[in-house]
Design a protein around this ligand. Structure first.
Ligand SMILES: [Zn+2]
Ligand SMILES: [Zn+2]
Length: 161
């Protein structure tokens, strides 16, 4: 989290002190970057602190240690895995996260940066967070390219005189 805030501050400071942008371009670039930064920090919090889809534990033990059990789903017998820690039958695509010690619906992975699972309920926040981080990087690349071009043109002018 601290790293992300520091990167955001550094990128805003970089824009604030560059001399290669005119005032109008500088303000619009700054607003653009600040909006993206604030949006991805909000999404980071939403993904990190929202419930990813944790399933309630069953206090009563199943009394069996088979890895698979048969359940009736919409009138059809289906084989499903059993979580011996949570004492529940795991639905399709769910998994037990060893870090959070919970069964999570539509489990994708446990993100060490978020400190939370990425699963059914926070997947959309995580997805948009990644998109915004990429947009942030692209914006910085575009700004750097503009600065490079402007300094290149200025250098040429100096050589001519
Ligand atoms: Zn479990
Ligand atoms: Zn987890």
């Amino acid at each position: 989290m601290l790293t992300m805030i520091l990167v955001s501050i550094a990128s805003c400071l970089f824009l604030a002190f560059t001399e290669h942008f005119e005032k109008k371009l500088k303000i619009s670039a700054f607003v653009c970057l600040l909006t993206v930064n604030v949006a991805h920090i909000i999404l980071f919090f939403l993904a990190g602190f929202s419930d990813p889809g944790i399933m309630k534990r069953n206090e009563n033990s199943f009394g069996c240690h088979d890895t698979f059990i048969k359940v009736v789903h919409k009138g059809i017998f289906k084989k499903t895995r059993l979580c011996e820690t949570c004492n529940i039958a795991k639905p399709f695509r769910s998994a037990h996260c060893s870090e959070c010690d919970n069964c999570v619906l539509r489990f994708d992975h446990h993100c060490p940066w978020l400190g939370n699972c990425v699963a059914k309920r926070n997947y959309k926040y995580f997805y948009f967070y990644l998109i915004l981080v990429n947009i942030h990087c692209l914006l910085l690349l575009v700004f750097l390219y503009i600065i490079y071009l402007k300094s290149f043109v200025m250098e040429k002018k100096l050589i001519k005189h």
